[in-house]
Write a protein that binds this ligand. Sequence first.
Ligand SMILES: *[C@@H]1O[C@H](CO)[C@@H](O)[C@H](O)[C@H]1NC(C)=O
Ligand SMILES: *[C@@H]1O[C@H](CO)[C@@H](O)[C@H](O)[C@H]1NC(C)=O
Ligand SMILES: *[C@@H]1O[C@H](CO)[C@@H](O)[C@H](O)[C@H]1NC(C)=O
Ligand SMILES: *[C@@H]1O[C@H](CO)[C@@H](O)[C@H](O)[C@H]1NC(C)=O
Length: 381
Amino acid sequence: MLAKVLLILLGTSVILPSRIEGPHVESEKAPSASDGDVYDPKSQAPEEKPSSEEIKPTATDTQDRLGKMPTATFILDSLFNNYDYKLRPGIGEKPTVVTVEISVNTLGPISILDMEYSIDITFCQTWYDERLRYDGSFESFVLNGNMVSQLWVPDTFFRNSKRTHEHSMTMPNQMVRIHKDGKVLYTIRMTIDVGCSLHMLKFPMDSHSCPLSFSSFSYPENEIIYKWDNFTLEINGNNSWKLFQFDFIGVTNTTETIATIAGDFVVLTLFFNVSRRFGFVAFQNYVPSSVTTMISWISFWIKRDSAPARTSLGITSVLTMTTLGTFSRKNFPRVSYVTALDFYIAICFVFCFCALMEFAVLNFLTYNRANPRGSPKLRHV
Ligand SMILES: *[C@@H]1O[C@H](CO)[C@@H](O)[C@H](O)[C@H]1NC(C)=O
Ligand SMILES: *[C@@H]1O[C@H](CO)[C@@H](O)[C@H](O)[C@H]1NC(C)=O
Ligand SMILES: *[C@@H]1O[C@H](CO)[C@@H](O)[C@H](O)[C@H]1NC(C)=O
Ligand SMILES: *[C@@H]1O[C@H](CO)[C@@H](O)[C@H](O)[C@H]1NC(C)=O
């Protein structure tokens, strides 16, 4: 035990001075034999600290285990050594082409009151950065979210988003993969609340087209061009979608260039088309109002002598229609126009009202005919 501790102390004291003197003094620890990559002892310097204790037990074993790590570190270091993340690739020569792929994890719910919907997407952007080309046995490097700040990434923003939420558990949900040929794949997962103006004119037979549009915030058309990558919209099962009272119809994509004060920007838009499930609203609104209207017709079968029965039936159905009309507007945006449901309820109301009026008119006329002397009295009232 004591011997081990001493060994460790000795080991660190040997390594520490060498580190202080600089990485170049580091003795050549067997270069990773497996790959014939360029090897520079410099790259080992960062690896020394965590492994200083492990190195002792069996030196050869550790070297195998460290294997490609020094090479990887070296490649990454050399990549980022002269890398200026402030400048986009191909600056001054050609626009950067960013291909976009979106995977929709969850769509919905659609909030009718706020005229917005939320969507959970994994947003993938791919572009080529010549500065990140490298040689070696590695096909690609996967870097986690913490490295993103050291790279140039497109400043894509969602033009019609109201709130955006990045996921950061357990680590920021973003990833960068650098390929040998300089291809960079950057994916990030986020939840966005997107504004979507809903036209409720045909409610409840309405269908909507909710856009999700994005573009670069600062690079105009001649600097960044967005493209759909082989437009693959992954739709991850039906269960995780929270569209509730809507059915998903389909998705359409558009690419357009819009002119702003800052320049012309390439804007890509996705339209998620949804239509309302009719049954949901039908049971809540159409059935009660239709039944109420029919109930008001019952009074036609009641003898005209029984005025209390007929009037109470008429008045009740009229009042019920009023209540139903009010309820149908609850949880509904304050739109200025008359929707299809409003129209239906209004018609039902008119029917109920006519049924009540019918009895009043009938009663008045028959009363006059049956009791002619009563009529002048009534006129005086
Ligand atoms: C779309 O992607 C699939 C799978 O990667 C590929 O087979 C197909 O050729 C691509 N289509 C286009 C038009 O790029
Ligand atoms: C999604 O719905 C379609 C048709 O409604 C069905 O064919 C398909 O199996 C469903 N998929 C899942 C994952 O439930
Ligand atoms: C979605 O709605 C838009 C606008 O109404 C329409 O142009 C497009 O064809 C629709 N797409 C689908 C798949 O229904
Ligand atoms: C996306 O837009 C392109 C170009 O207009 C079109 O070829 C492609 O079919 C569209 N994809 C979908 C899913 O609408």
